[in-house]
Design a protein around this ligand. Structure first.
Ligand SMILES: CC(C)(COP(=O)(O)OP(=O)(O)OC[C@H]1O[C@@H](n2cnc3c(N)ncnc32)[C@H](O)[C@@H]1OP(=O)(O)O)[C@@H](O)C(=O)NCCC(=O)NCCS
Length: 179
């Protein structure tokens, strides 16, 4: 469990599944307008949860809960990504506040920040990456407000809404984070 001022990150539990399935089946919850809605995600996640608890060295999914108590509002995740060299994967993160009534309260920003801190403490990496759709202004504001730098555009690399769109790659270095 990782505790912040506004949110707590914790591992998934069996009783999270009805909520997670509902989020995964709602295009506006787990995905939002800038990510491709993926129908089979709930099933794939459940299979992985049954095998690994969705928390391994290679990847992890954590629930985001308001620190003062209450129902979970979203998830954060990390994946070791073979960005350049498959033998030297680097962590990449993602974040979603699936409960739309909980957006705009600073939950995602603190959850992502706690995750970045965790990743730097766990892995001997110099950087943490994040990808976002080029039109995903909320995610880009969040990353930039955490000190991530916009490093480049991966043209026509994300498929959503029947078309290919550009993605932006962001990164933050251990030295920039002071970790
Ligand atoms: C992106 C998302 C996680 C932001 O969650 P949130 O809890 O509303 O974000 P926060 O309240 O923590 O805000 C973080 C920062 O982003 C900014 N921000 C949030 N929503 C914004 C919006 N719609 N437009 C512009 N900036 C926005 C906030 O102002 C804040 O910046 P600040 O600290 O400089 O004031 C949420 O909109 C979401 O879940 N979207 C769908 C899934 C998704 O796209 N995930 C990202 C994939 S890369």
């Amino acid at each position: 469990m990782i505790k912040g001022e506004r949110v707590t990150l914790r591992r998934l539990r069996d009783d999270d599944w009805p909520r997670l399935e509902a989020w995964a089946e709602d295009p506006e919850a787990l995905w939002g307008p800038f990510q491709r809605f993926q129908l089979e995600t709930a099933r794939a996640l459940k299979d992985a949860y049954d095998k690994t608890g969705l928390f391994t060295r290679e990847s992890g999914l954590l629930m985001v809960e308001p620190a003062g108590g209450g129902e979970p509002v979203g998830v954060v995740r990390y994946t070791l990504h073979p960005l350049i060299d498959p033998d030297m994967p680097t962590p990449e993160i993602g974040f979603v506040i699936a409960d739309r009534s909980a957006r705009g309260k600073g939950y995602a920003k603190e959850a992502a920040s706690l995750l970045v801190g965790y990743v730097f403490s766990r892995f001997p990496t110099h950087r943490v990456s994040a990808f976002t759709d080029i039109e995903n202004t909320p995610a880009q504001h969040l990353l930039e407000s955490l000190g991530f730098q916009r490093e480049g555009v991966l043209r026509r690399s994300m498929f959503r809404g029947g078309t290919w769109s550009d993605a932006v790659i962001y990164g933050i270095l251990r030295s920039e984070r002071g970790a």
